[in-house]
Design a protein around this ligand. Structure first.
Ligand code: GLU
Length: 322
């Protein structure tokens, strides 16, 4: 039987793409570790990219804290980290190309209008999928909407295409692509567009990220198709949960590297904890990132979320909740 988890023998370029909105927590660090291990164990490059287009959410000190925490764990990257905020010209060019080819259209809907339209009984759209309200507006309709001063987003014409992919960790996946936003109402290029532009520009072979983003992947495959790019491979990592089964968050306790160090753990011990949760070390064993490259076995990666107990978060002993 072929191992579907091991993508290939050739070097794979990988990346980690955090938003500098706060300190990275154990879940973020663990995803970064998996991405780094896929790349480094194949002999490939690894890039750090800051997703910082949402200026309201950005806290500038966290470019530094996030890079420093990755470095403290030995998760090194090649070249300088890139910031999406330095690349808006490139994104605007891509958006202009899509506009010229009539592959996108302006949308004036508010969130509320979309919510109401998608909640209509027997509607064909699942929550969050755009129902196509502005898809066929006439020139006269556009004039009226624009005169009303509505903020204008840009959406792709998806033709409700269904796109599938094989995820290295989650198996066969896919879904219907709606007419999603590629430029927000405030003019900011949207995540699903810029991530594809950057993954292509940096020649990323394998995208590793949290499985909360798995439902965005068909949209990104659609963007790759529009732009004529060969899409990367994907591995979505199950999230880290607290004892109650909610996604790990700052309020859960000592969840950042700085918090763990303050409790007396060393970076090697914290890395050991992350590695143990991935089946790569014994609980309590201090390890280096380089040790883990030797041991990395994609087929042994867990397919279920990692649950951390409250007690483990409050003390320097951290393990797996039962
Ligand atoms: N910025 C996203 C996050 O921090 C990751 C996006 C991606 O990897 O495509 O979860």
């Amino acid at each position: 039987m072929t191992d579907q988890t091991r993508p290939s023998r050739s070097p794979l370029t990988g990346r980690y793409a955090p938003s500098p909105t706060g300190r990275l927590h154990l879940g973020n660090l663990r995803t970064a570790l998996v991405s780094w291990l896929f790349a480094r164990s194949s002999g490939g490059a690894f890039h750090l990219r800051f997703e910082d287009l949402d200026r309201v959410a950005i806290r500038p000190e966290h470019y530094e804290t996030q890079a420093a925490d990755l470095e403290a764990l030995g998760l090194t990257w090649d070249g300088s980290p890139i910031r999406q905020s330095d690349r808006t010209e490139l994104y605007r060019d891509v958006i202009s190309q899509l506009q010229s080819a009539d592959l996108v259209y302006p949308c004036y809907c508010s969130r509320r209008e979309i919510r109401e339209a998608t909640q209509a009984p027997n509607g064909p759209w699942s929550h969050g999928h755009y129902p196509g309200t502005c898809r066929h507006l006439t020139t006269a309709d556009h004039r009226v909407k624009e005169a009303n001063g509505r903020p204008t987003a840009l959406r792709v014409r998806s033709h409700d295409l269904s796109l599938g992919f094989h995820d290295l960790l989650c198996g066969d996946q896919g879904g219907v692509v709606d007419d999603f936003v590629i430029q927000r109402g405030d003019g900011v290029p949207a995540y699903n567009l810029v991530v594809v532009v950057d993954d292509h520009a940096q020649e990323i072979d394998l995208v590793v990220r949290g499985d909360d983003l798995i439902s965005s992947t068909p949209r990104q495959l659609f963007v790759s198709r529009l732009l004529g790019h060969e899409p990367p491979m994907f591995a979505h990592v199950p999230l880290v949960l607290n004892e109650r089964g909610d996604r790990l968050a700052k309020r859960d306790g000592a969840v950042t590297l700085a918090d763990r160090l303050a409790l007396g753990q060393t970076p090697a011990q914290v890395l050991g904890v992350l590695a143990a949760s991935l089946g790569l070390s014994e609980i309590g064993e201090p390890v280096s990132a380089e040790d883990l490259v030797e041991r990395f076995e994609p087929s042994a990666l867990p397919r279920a979320p990692w649950r951390i107990s409250d007690e483990a978060l409050e003390t320097s002993s951290i393990g797996l909740a039962d």
